[in-house]
Ligand binder design. Sequence first.
Ligand code: MLT
Length: 388
Amino acid sequence: MEKATRIKKIPPYLFAEIDKKREAAIKRGVDVISLGIGDPDLPTPGYIIESLYRSVQNPTNHQYPSYIGSLNFRKAVADWYRRRYNIELDPETEVMALIGSKEGIAHMFWAYIDPEDYALIPDPAYPVYKTGTIFAGGVPYIMPLRAENNFLPDLSAIGTEIAKKAKLMFLNYPNNPTAAVASLEFFQRVVDFARENNILVCHDSAYIDITFDGYKAPSILQAQGAKDVCVEFGSLSKPFNMTGWRIGYAVGNKEALANLAVIKTNIDSGQFNSIQDAAIDALKGPEDQINRMIEVYKKRRDLVVDTLKNIGIDIEKPKGTFYIWAPVPHGYTSAQFAEMLLEQTGVIVSPGNAYGNYGEGYFRISLTISEARLIEALERMKKYLKFK
Ligand code: MLT
């Protein structure tokens, strides 16, 4: 049977491909160390697991949940925004639960993109922004993220015609994969641009809580007028080590959330109540849990950056995310470098070009692996690259 053309138009999903390579290498007997996917190795904190256990004892929680999330979950997200960013959100209309933020991000395109519509997509970027556009029949208009512009899109390079045609803009800071951060002043310029051109800005804030050296990342909703044109996607995956739980949220512009809800109610039935209950306790829980986790990533970040420096790859210590975005050495393409590293050392990194054409020349290391394994991976890389 002939598959849909939308599937033929997209490349294989990056992280599933990395998994395949890892499994194949393990089958060959290689001691693989994967620095590929950003999947926290630290466990979900005990108080969240206990909360799930308590909630699951209640049989009413075994029935269908609310499509848009329980009011208590939405209130907990609103409290979180008030506490951390001093932003008021109406939990009834300005917050909704997601089955992980990836799900909400992908479905937002169905709510806003008709065939041939433009979406402004950063490059390099998390692959879902581009494939989400293509799945909806839209046209991804690429906003290059260049080192010389601190990996921020150059808004002035988006012509008036494109800006008028575009319906969505996707952004993500602290940024995956480049680890760059954005200031509130930059977000203000984005909001002004979006208001002028009637564009919905979708900000993926998955790494907003993972910041270092005293830096605190802003929410785009802190910009003046942001609620008129912005939705922010948040996730419990990274701050609470809950990637497998699939719980996230969307906050901001209420019309956009209502439109997303139309898509979602026709496609899914909401997230399990007990997972939402555990997420409420996560959001209300002790802040020092996040601080402790940041300390762990900071130590790993320093270890990687210092070691890379040692072998001639000179990069700054990033202020956010648990990724290191480094230039490929020795003039290889990023794909060749990643392939070779796996073959010669058993270490998996993700090649920059997998995040888009403007990722070429870089590779990404994820810090979500124990210090001992990270040291081992760096030792192998060091040995191999010194001989090159
Ligand atoms: C990544 O490695 O970029 C992330 O883990 C992917 C995700 O959050 O889905």
